[in-house]
Design a protein around this ligand. Structure first.
Ligand code: AGP
Length: 605
């Protein structure tokens, strides 16, 4: 997650920017930087590492002014360095930008700009934007930003300042940005906490908005140009509520953070022109004969999905096992076995001990982790960070979808490196991965969320649920059941849909909601017959379908998600499953952030 702050007014901009970045510290730091407007252009100070490093750099070499932009990033990709830190400046020093997100087509744009004579200072995709804006600028900064954004594909939060303008331009798609309204001054930030010491008049920008802030106020347009009315609201949040971003719980905030979190998981790792995934791993794909994945809970479900992806794309046999079982048996491993641990916290003792067991057997070790520098990351040869940002809610949501994306990146990387996945198929899957942040945004649109909320409320008094799924979505059913159990305390079971007639169908009666993940067109006929079996016994079927698919069977409820490739469908299907659990818990008055008997990280055996 990144922290962005901007200011224009009469105050010392450096003080406002540093204070704002410090208040976003629950997002953590990996590099930080500010650009403050001066007579000649901008004073830019940026350092890799935590914010205090930037503060001491500014103590030695202050930046004075009353207009500026500031940025901090949590666990960025690639070697964080001073040059890769934001803000990025144009060659003439007149433009400074901050960007969070993915520029999907940056490689092509970069070579076009370099052949036109532009010289790049960093290896980031973001820097493309400052060169495009410099080229497009003819005196109107908003127009120049609009022109640059018209050239790029991707999702972003973008903030731009120009030496000749007493204003700052901001634009967002997927990644959040808010404006703060003051008297004779204006603020902007990626999240509300940064602004509360100065103002509680907040303007929440929407996807596709472009805004300009100045001392006299602000204006907002659609990217296409039409002026928009975005009124300020008064937020009376406490600072903790502000960290929840105004959401009632961290869990709901983290459900809605998933598009932005995915941008951070994917950012810097997808090169679609070449169809390649770039992962800084020392693991040699040629030295792997088989893979064992060890994890617990939701992370284990991510491993089950990963099995389908790795076996399909990299043609390596994969076993997935609950870590607490793996660690107590004598697993058969050797130096050509890659054991992968998946863990959000990186502290789960069962997963840690399973890794140690694998190491004793001589296996290669790799971890897919969220929490930087956690215990598990110190036990393995390679770490693939998911960059989902801090996950506070006990029930794992954004970390799950980020784990799924990370495993798919690994499957692509293994397949391409071993020469078993051709570039065309690799690029196809890559394009599907890129669509995900925007697709998940669509699943989080109010009407779709409301449809899930109505189903959750309708069945909240049920004593049991059954979840069914097929193929790569059989683990989705397991994850839906776990989410529901752990925060609403409703008992739930999950089965591969084809298994229901081998016993579980005896459970079906008119009191039993049966949630069927039926988004894969390829398997819809088969799943349709399972649904008919349940409906014939008066089971209350809740069918999760892809837009455009027709079930043709009368069911209690139909929920829909955008159509996606089967390989990435578990990431999209996770959202309605999370929301079903969340709104069931809400209907029952449960504490979704701190469910009974549970802890965020199970560091005891
Ligand atoms: C998931 O919602 C639960 N909180 C739990 O199953 C969790 O996934 C499990 O404890 C593993 O945690 P980890 O990812 O931090 O290792």
């Amino acid at each position: 997650m990144c922290g962005i702050v901007g200011y224009v007014g009469q105050r010392d901009a450096t003080e406002v920017l540093l204070g704002g970045l410090a208040r976003l510290e629950y997002r953590g730091y990996d590099s930080a930087g500010i650009a403050v407007q001066s007579e000649r252009g901008f004073a830019v100070r940026k350092r890799s590492g935590p914010l205090p490093r930037l503060v001491s750099a500014l103590a030695e070499d202050p930046a004075r002014g009353t207009l500026g932009i500031g940025h901090t990033r949590w666990a960025t990709h690639g070697a964080p360095s001073d040059t890769n830190a934001h803000p990025h400046s144009s060659e003439d020093g007149q433009v400074a930008i901050i960007h969070n997100g993915i520029i999907e087509n940056y490689l092509g744009l970069r070579s076009e700009l370099e052949s036109a004579g532009h010289r790049f200072a960093s290896e980031t995709d973001s820097e493309v934007l400052v060169h495009l804006i410099e080229d497009a600028y003819r005196g109107d900064l908003v127009q120049a930003v609009r022109g640059a954004l018209g050239r790029v594909r991707g999702a972003y939060a973008l903030v731009v300042a120009h030496a000749a303008h007493r204003s700052i331009v901001a634009a967002r798609t997927v990644s959040p940005l808010v404006l703060g309204v003051g008297a004779g001054e204006m603020f902007l930030a990626s999240d509300v906490p940064a602004l509360l010491p100065y103002t509680r008049q907040i303007v929440f920008l929407h996807d596709g908005d472009i805004a300009e802030i100045g001392e006299s106020g602000y204006a907002v347009w659609a990217l296409a140009g039409a002026p928009l009315q975005r009124s300020a609201v008064t937020v009376d949040w406490t600072s903790e509520a502000a960290e929840r971003g105004g959401y009632p719980t961290f869990m709901l905030k983290e459900i809605y953070e998933q598009p932005a979190a995915l941008l951070n998981t994917l950012g810097g790792r997808l090169h679609d022109e070449s169809g390649e995934v770039v992962l800084e791993l020392s693991t040699d794909p040629g030295r792997i004969d088989r893979i064992q994945i060890v994890a617990c809970g939701t992370a284990y479900h991510a491993g089950l999905v990963g099995k389908y992806q790795i076996e399909q794309l990299a043609r390596i046999p994969v076993e997935v096992e609950v870590a607490s079982e793996y660690r107590y048996r004598e697993p058969v491993v050797d130096p050509r076995t890659l054991v992968i641990a998946i863990s959000q916290s990186g502290e789960t003792i069962d997963t840690l001990e399973a890794l140690r067991q694998a190491r004793r057997g001589g296996a290669q070790l790799l971890a897919i982790v969220n929490a930087k520098g956690s215990s598990i990351t110190r036990e393995v040869g390679d770490v693939l960070y998911i960059h989902a940002g801090p996950e506070i809610g006990v029930a794992s949501t954004k970390a799950y979808t980020a784990q799924l994306a990370a495993v798919l990146l690994l499957a692509l990387w293994l397949g391409r490196s071993r020469g078993v996945l051709d570039a065309a198929r690799g690029a196809e899957v890559l394009a599907e991965l890129r669509r995900l942040p925007l697709l998940i945004e669509q699943v989080l649109q109010p009407e779709r969320v409301q449809a899930v909320r109505e189903v959750a409320t309708r069945f909240a008094s049920s004593r049991n649920y059954l979840f069914l799924g097929r193929g790569i979505n059989a683990p989705s059913a397991l994850e839906g059941a776990l989410k529901l159990k752990e925060i609403s305390y409703i008992h739930a079971e999950a089965y591969p849909a084809g298994e229901i007639k081998h016993g579980p169908i005896a459970l079906v009666d008119s009191e039993l909601p049966v949630f069927v993940v039926a988004t894969a067109a390829r398997l819809l006929d088969k799943t349709r017959s399972n649904i008919q079996e349940v409906a014939a016994r008066r089971g209350q079927v809740i069918a999760l379908l892809s837009d455009g698919d027709t079930l043709g069977v009368p069911v209690a409820a139909e929920l829909r998600v955008p159509k996606t490739a089967e390989l990435v469908s578990p990431l999209v299907n996770a959202i309605p499953l999370q929301l079903l659990a969340y709104y069931s818990a809400e209907a029952l008055g449960r504490d979704a952030d701190k469910p009974r008997n549970l802890a965020k990280s199970v560091t005891v055996e």
